[in-house]
Design a protein around this ligand. Structure first.
Ligand code: PBG
Length: 331
């Protein structure tokens, strides 16, 4: 790299006029980089606000289809479904997670029917379905059991693939689940269903508003997910998780949360050739919305700068609750 000396090198020359800034820009953000996460409810004609996530709602399927239509219209390539399960349908064995007539498979089918080109990503984890709010099945001491949970996750993933999900996204952090799901898919003829592995999923406090949204916060109580989600202090460990998941058959890997973990996104992008997605999670969203509501920051420019920074860090795509707004602003 040449460095040069003042005045022969004046870095401001390329910044001086907007045409030059346009030509020299290294990173571009478009609607096709965005994935919209949505919360779905049983029932009809329901829209529920989530107080810690202003502007985000839980929708019954009929209402969700309207949002899905907006996403298609704005050029957003995919949505990610998160079910809100009635507490009387939660159990210790989480069997609602692989019910073929459940909320998620029903939603997949009707979204696919109306919007065949919209990619559908489903979450593979048991927390919406467990009465204790953990992502897996627990033993009598409350510890999440790995292999028993993996067997349940395989059933859940097959149920979603059968219903027509394009991408299943295991967010549970059990060991060996990617390989087991891939093997089950290959065995049943689901050769083309993608697996988006939440490989670098941290034990983060930024998930709080999401747990309000799906109602798992109360179920979880004082328990933590520290025995399966990664310690925020670690980065090499995330690289090992990613390597294992790719080896087991992941098509895409995920880093989550996003903004406080952009170093992990960059490392993953530099180290691997598998596409990297990042999740701009609920707590990150809530902070921006709270500051914007107080007029402490300008929402539009902060959101677009934030999303651009994900791309600059190396993310191929970003899951974000700002997706519809951002796609409108980018038009
Ligand atoms: C758990 C799950 C979590 C999120 C999505 N799925 C976190 C958790 O409860 O551990 C968080 C997403 C967000 O905060 O936006 N399977």
């Amino acid at each position: 790299m040449t460095t040069g000396h003042f005045p022969f090198t004046r870095m401001r020359r390329i910044r001086m006029k907007s045409f030059a800034r346009d030509l020299c820009r290294e990173t571009i953000l478009t609607a096709s980089d965005l994935i919209l996460p949505v919360f779905i409810l049983e029932g009809k004609n329901k829209t529920e606000a989530i107080s810690s996530m202003p502007g985000v709602f839980r929708y019954s399927l009929d209402k969700l289809l309207v949002r899905a239509g907006e996403a298609v219209e704005l050029g957003i390539p995919a949505i990610a479904l998160f079910p809100v399960i009635d507490s009387n349908k939660k159990s210790t064995d989480a069997k609602g997670a692989w019910d073929d007539r459940g909320l998620v498979p029903t939603a997949i089918k009707s979204i696919k029917k109306q919007f065949p080109t919209l990619g559908i990503i489903t979450d593979i984890a048991l927390d919406p379905y467990t009465s204790h709010g953990q992502d897996g099945l627990i033993d009598k001491n409350g510890e999440v059991m790995n292999d028993e949970t993996v067997a349940a996750l395989v059933k859940q993933a097959l149920c979603h693939a059968k219903a027509g999900a394009d991408i299943v996204a295991p967010s549970d952090m059990m060991d060996g689940r990617i390989g087991s799901i891939r093997e089950a898919f290959e065995g049943r003829g689901f050769h083309d269903t993608l697996i988006l592995a939440y490989s670098a999923k941290y034990a983060s406090s930024f998930y709080g508003p999401f747990r309000d949204a799906v109602g798992s916060k109360a179920s979880l109580g004082k328990a933590s997910k520290n025995s399966y989600q990664i310690d925020p202090a670690n980065s090499d460990e995330a690289m090992q998780e990613i390597a294992l998941d790719i080896d087991e058959g992941a098509d895409i890997i995920m880093v989550k949360p996003g903004l406080p973990y952009l170093d992990i996104v960059r490392r993953a992008r530099d180290k691997f050739t598998t596409p990297v997605f990042a999740y701009n999670v609920s707590g990150e969203y809530a902070m921006v919305k709270a500051a914007a509501a107080n007029k402490w920051i300008d929402e539009k420019s902060v959101v677009l700068e934030t999303l651009l920074s994900f791309k600059r860090a190396g993310a191929h795509a970003i899951l974000t609750y700002h997706a519809l707004d951002a796609a409108k602003w980018l038009k």
